[in-house]
Write a protein that binds this ligand. Structure first.
Ligand code: SAH
Length: 287
């Protein structure tokens, strides 16, 4: 078994500000988050915790403090080993009722009898994003339930744990092409794909926008951040068939006006918006 070493940063921050900070930290390279009332634990592979990263991280924290001067925010960091990490996840990650019909279940939890008739996604998160604890994953799943059709060929851009792609296959999609530029996410997605026995219909690739095949997808899902959406929306639109659908998540509601202009430029018409707390997800039809 490979042993990975991680850096865990514990940030003392009130729970009301945690999602906002997670939205920014996902961009920097942290891959795992655990939220508690007064603390946010963020984790990343040790080799990513270099001088350049630390400068970026400190600048981000300083900016956040400036924006919210009354906030009591401090942090410390330590190294952890994979075994400890997994044990910690096991004690903290529970079953998530992601939508009224979809349950996300880690392998160390038993399925309560009341969920027996629901669609169960078997997801062990390890270091990747996509446990269903975050609003953006749940909002994506609710839009997938609404727009998924059986014949669809799907692209899951920024797959994380593989949760959204796996949900699509289990809801009956024909195929999923899942991409992530984080090697840990890809390793984790591959494990989850096997766990859910969907490997015949789900292809998993390490990479970014350039590894997406040119074929036209019926549905593209991307639960990524604002800046990545801005960067890649034109390419994602070009990979969607005419009348096809793009589901975008990871958007802070305040950022929507900027994006709506960009969607219009790319012939993408919003057909449904859903939100929870400060997060919005949108389904767009490509004209
Ligand atoms: N789809 C999952 C995970 C979302 S987190 C869910 O909905 O819960 C966003 C994921 O996008 C992360 O795993 C991150 O590694 C990946 N990502 C961010 N920028 C990317 C890029 N440019 N190319 C590919 N993947 C990217």
């Amino acid at each position: 078994m490979k042993t990975h070493v991680w850096v865990q940063v514990v940030i003392r921050i009130d729970e009301h500000y945690q999602d906002l900070l997670i939205g920014l930290l996902v961009l920097t390279g942290f891959t795992g988050f655990v939220q508690e009332e007064k603390f946010l634990q963020c984790t990343m592979p040790k080799q990513k915790w270099n001088t350049a990263f630390k400068i970026k991280f400190e600048a981000l924290i300083t900016k956040f403090k400036k924006e919210f001067p009354s906030l009591d925010l401090s942090y410390s960091h330590k190294l952890i080993h994979e075994e400890n990490w997994n044990k910690k996840w096991e004690s903290q990650t529970g079953i998530v009722e992601a939508t009224p019909h979809i349950i996300i279940k880690p392998s160390w939890k038993k399925l309560p009898i009341r969920h027996a008739k629901k669609l169960v996604l078997h997801i062990d998160p390890k270091m990747s994003f996509g446990t269903g604890h975050h609003e953006t994953t749940r909002l994506s799943l609710s839009l997938i339930e609404r727009f998924l059709e059986q014949h669809m060929k799907i692209l899951d851009f920024g797959t994380g744990t593989g949760v959204l792609g796996i949900a699509c296959i289990k809801l009956g999609a024909q195929s999923v092409f899942a991409v992530d530029n984080d090697p840990w996410a890809i390793e984790n997605t591959k494990e989850n794909v096997k766990r859910n026995a969907v490997q015949k219909r789900m292809i998993v690739r390490l990479g970014s926008i350039s590894c997406i095949p040119r074929r036209n997808f019926d549905l593209i899902i991307a639960n990524i951040d604002f800046r990545t959406i801005i960067r890649f929306i034109t390419t994602l639109a070009s990979r969607t068939r005419k009348e096809g659908i793009i589901i975008l998540s990871g958007i802070l509601t305040n950022d929507m006006p900027v994006l709506l202009k960009l969607f219009a430029k790319n012939a993408l018409i919003p057909i449904e918006l859903v939100n929870e707390n400060e997060w919005t997800s949108v389904a767009l039809r490509r004209m």
